[in-house]
Design a protein around this ligand. Structure first.
Ligand SMILES: *Cc1c(COP(=O)(O)O)cnc(C)c1O
Length: 408
């Protein structure tokens, strides 16, 4: 299914009217949700080109988030590796510490412009919950966050942050008491309260039009890199690298560069304890197509067709599916998807902290681990831009525990 270079340059990269990227995406949902998704689709396509909506989105990105985020030359690390010049796109400097706020602002504004005073979201590690709660406070929207009861125990600082920001956190006691059960509860809430409620999804997954609109809100990242790279080193980068959980930080960087085939693009999945084990979260590297959370995409399942239990040292990559657009970009050969293990990510986490003075998120550390391998095989006049999707403050407890250090 891989396309030729010329085909890749002229492709539209937009989903079709039924929300499909090639074979992937679509809307595999109940009849009751179908009406809500149709409404959202209509509202989104109207507001996307609305000058007032765009002005408010851009203003919030500038003064609430702190955009544009810098393009930073990791000079010492590049020299140490001895290959290409490595640049970090500093999404870690955004308000609330990651790229997720770009998307939550966009969706919260959609809620406001659609006359919905209440927003809901599901969260696993709590990062999307915090970003949603912050934006809801900013816009004066009522905010309810669904979170698995086990995750609430594990992520108590983020639960408290959400509460400080005025959100109600609802513990979900059913099933495995984690993210996928929280997601089911949020869906149930949305179906029941669709007249006054907007469901803010945290990544480029879910039924159409979510993968497209989440991508569009995050694409500010790649648009900035287009002008910043010209300004900083006089040309587009030779390669882009980003980690892929659901795939929103990755597609945000990649999307504006898709037709520019001289730019090589790499998505890095969590290879956990190794792709040859079952303990990873890398559906594009070693899963297969199926239906998950309302869309057709690559996923990880067991021999008898159950969604597999995944593993990654980083909570934000620990997901058995991936956004449908990534499934398509894999099949047509525009983006290459690779894995980085827990150990490789941890090693990059420490290296970049000590050499560059930036503690990256553990998710980001997967992208950094592959950046290192890639850059080592390139020449010093070439450039790689790695998306620094988030900061590592949230991860210091996890890393300390692995090192056998007690922080209390
Ligand atoms: C949530 C998160 C991710 C993974 O989500 P994507 O949708 O794949 O971007 C990556 N990095 C950080 C810092 C995150 O918080």
């Amino acid at each position: 299914m891989a396309l030729t270079e010329q085909e890749l340059q002229t492709l539209s990269y937009e989903p079709d009217v039924s929300g499909h990227f090639g074979d992937y995406g679509g809307r595999y949902v109940s009849e009751t949700l179908m009406a809500a998704l149709n409404d959202l689709d209509q509202n989104y396509h109207m507001l996307k080109n609305d000058a007032e909506f765009q002005r408010e989105f851009d203003a919030d990105l500038a003064t609430f988030v702190g955009r544009p985020s810098p393009l930073y030359h990791a000079e010492r690390w590049s020299k140490q590796i001895g290959g290409a010049q490595i640049y970090f796109k500093r999404e870690d400097l955004n308000h609330t510490g990651a790229h997720k706020i770009n998307n939550t602002i966009g969706q919260a504004l959609l809620a406001k412009y659609s006359g919905k005073p209440r927003v809901i979201a599901e969260t696993g590690a709590g990062q999307h919950g915090v970003a949603t709660a912050a934006v809801a406070a900013r816009l004066g929207l009522q905010c309810v966050i669904y979170m698995g009861a086990d995750d609430i125990q594990r992520q108590s600082p983020n639960v408290y942050r959400m509460k400080l920001l005025g959100a109600t956190v609802v513990p979900v006691d059913s099933g495995s008491r984690t993210l996928k059960d929280a997601l089911s509860e949020a869906m149930r809430d949305w179906v029941t309260n669709v007249d006054d409620t907007f469901y803010i999804i945290g990544t480029v997954a879910g039924p159409a039009p979510y993968p497209q609109l989440v991508r569009d809100f995050n694409a500010v990242v790649g648009r900035e890199v287009k002008w910043q790279s010209k300004e900083v080193f006089g040309k587009y980068p030779d390669a882009l690298v980003a980690c892929v959980g659901g795939g929103s930080n990755a597609i945000g960087l990649f999307y504006p560069f898709l037709p520019d085939t001289e730019v090589a693009i790499y998505g890095v999945e969590a290879a956990g304890r190794g792709l040859s084990t079952k303990e990873h979260a890398a559906p594009l590297c070693s899963g297969r197509p199926g239906v998950l959370h309302g869309a057709k995409t690559y996923l990880m399942d067991t021999a008898d067709g159950q969604i597999a239990h995944t593993h990654s040292v980083s909570a934000g990559l620990d997901y058995p599916g991936v956004g449908p657009e990534h499934a398509y970009l894999k099949d047509i050969g525009r983006v290459k998807y690779v894995g980085a293990t827990d150990d490789e990510a941890l090693s990059a986490f420490h290296e970049v902290s000590c050499v560059e003075g930036i503690i990256p998120a553990l998710e980001t550390a997967h992208a950094l681990a592959y950046t290192k391998i890639l850059a080592a095989n390139m020449s010093s006049d070439q450039t790689v831009v790695c998306n620094m999707s988030g900061r590592g403050d949230k991860d210091i407890f996890t890393v300390a525990k692995i090192e056998g250090i007690s922080l209390t």
